[in-house]
Design a protein. Structure first.
Lengths: 134, 128
């Protein structure tokens, strides 16, 4: 995973929010919290996308950069009064640069109970090959 | 229903996975006839959700059942697979027998109807 200055800035922002808000409503962030896991054969991205339908989420890959974009609308037309407003509404977009070459055709994504899981297999070209000594 | 003032947070409670419970983000709306409460509880199965009403207090408890990243190396760790817990004081105005819940895509929607005598009533003015 390549880290940029924006990753560090985001981390600082998140840490400040955590300290100032005492770790409470952190899931109201303007972009979804995402975990990235790596194994020998693939990457897995897990994002929190509660209350979003499949059609609201867009996943694209270009130049080894995976982008998750989407929007959530809150339709509270019949409400006379709003007491609490903590859930995020609006559009978001996040990009993740993946270190190793990936197999673009075999990426699979599924959404279940508000968690989005994207499985990105690594390209077979990057698997190490053993070279025989003659 | 005084939702804002007597809200309780039990941040220090331990969930089943040994993590601290977190408060889910929440929206509360009010109509003439009912209160509508939305909770964001991503990653929770329907069977792991529990909503209880006890002595005019509403308790929500949810546990994250699975961690998708087991046996993997973690490159970026932003979210915690903990449980969720939050409670509100409903006061006298909610009819706790008629509460209905609906869960889809990680969002729990609760509809809390008001008691008949607490509903907003319009008073007609007679013209004499």
């Amino acid at each position: 995973m390549t880290r940029t200055i924006f990753d560090d800035l985001f981390e600082i922002n998140r840490e400040m929010n955590r300290i100032l808000n005492q770790g409470r409503f952190t899931s109201t962030a303007a972009w979804p919290e995402t975990n990235i896991y790596e194994s020998k054969d693939d990457y897995i991205l897990v994002s929190k996308v509660p209350g979003m339908e499949k059609k609201d989420i867009d996943i694209t890959i270009r130049d080894n950069t995976l982008t998750i974009a989407g929007k959530r609308e809150k339709k509270y037309a019949d409400a006379r009064k709003q007491h609490l407003n903590e859930r995020f509404a609006g559009e978001f977009q996040r990009s993740f640069m993946l270190n190793e070459k990936v197999d673009v055709d075999k990426i699979k994504a599924e959404a279940d109970n508000g968690l989005l899981m994207v499985r990105v297999p690594k390209s077979p070209e990057i698997q190490p090959k053993k070279i025989e000594i003659k | 229903m005084n939702l804002m003032k007597k809200e309780q947070r039990e941040d220090q409670m331990e969930s089943k996975k040994g993590n601290v419970y977190r408060s889910p983000a929440c929206d509360i709306l009010e109509n003439d006839n009912e209160y509508i409460v939305y909770f964001d509880v991503p990653g929770v199965e329907k069977s792991d959700l529990s909503v209880k009403v006890e002595k005019n207090n509403l308790y929500l408890t949810a546990e994250c059942a699975k961690n998708p990243g087991e046996n993997y190396l973690c490159l970026r760790d932003e979210m915690i697979y903990s449980g969720f817990r939050r409670s509100f004081d409903l006061g006298e105005s909610v009819d706790s027998e008629k509460i209905s819940a609906e869960y889809s895509n990680g969002t729990l929607k609760l509809v809390l109807p008001k008691k008949e005598e607490k509903k907003t009533q319009e008073i007609k003015i007679k013209v004499s």
